[in-house]
Design a protein around this ligand. Sequence first.
Ligand code: IMP
Length: 333
Amino acid sequence: MSGSITADAVIGMSFGDEAKAKIVGTLLDKNKYTHCLRYCGSSNAGHTLYKDGKKIITHIVPAGALFGVESIVGPGCVLNENLFLSEIDELSKTIPDIASKVKISTAVHLVSQAHLNEELKEDKLGTTKKGVGPASRDKYARVGKRAESSAALKEFLIDMYDDFLNTEQEKVVICEGAQATFLDIDWGFYPYVTSTHCGIGGIVNNGIPIGSFRNIYGAAKCYDTYVGSKAFQDKNDPVLDKIADVGQEYGATTGRRRQVNYLNLDLIDKAKFLNSTTHIVFSKIDVLREIDVWKVIEDGRVKDLQDETSFVKHIEEKFSNLNIIFSDNPYSI
Ligand code: IMP
């Protein structure tokens, strides 16, 4: 007999970098969670959050560990031992007992040095070069190595079913997304995608039962950004460069400048449908406020909503059956 599971989730609605970690951090501050589950991605992610006034960036270590919550890297992730262990070392300088809060599912596939080297040699897609594609290829070709075979990770390993899902404990889990719906291997703009499942289906595949979801937070920004080789930004529109400058749109993992476009409401609508979101948090409204340009893409074309009030009203009306939150700071929602 297993105890009940209640799950909240934070899922990217666009192309990543939508301030998911800020939402996760706020929820960890507000609610009592027994666990945090990182359900997709790898060291490719760069999650920035502020804790007790300090800026902390994590990559594969789930944010819950920073808050003393038992945190699991689930089987939907792939992981490089050395990158993981050096991230733990780095975070230990701020949070000395962090290692004791992190668990890794035995079924997580390992990113080897050969996988990393492969992307360093050739990468047409503009990946983060963390070996996610090659490791996932080997996973699905059934020739990969799993965390269960790693001596270096031994102290972190758990069997996801026996040690987490099928225990008597009542669990309240925050599921921490990485990347986003339109970087998802199946729902993104293939081949300009990552190689794991970034949406709600990915969470269910980590063993979180469908009926256990409570609140599903979609993370978006008031404009869109994308890093990678796909052409995304209209180079003839100077406003988009201005947004990138004011918004300081540089990747937390690779430092690359992000391409910018106006908020695509058609895609948000699709992501809402695919992920059954109950809330959407639109971050960085302060950036549009500074530039005072209030455009969105809707029905495939750019619409000018003229001022902040019309912008907010338009979005709230469009998603009137959801809880819509606008955020204007990097610390909380
Ligand atoms: P990969 O995940 O490193 O294979 O990269 C595949 C695509 O996803 C590239 O366009 C990356 O820039 C993008 N990507 C991967 N992780 C993130 C992220 O955390 N934020 C934004 N883009 C990401």
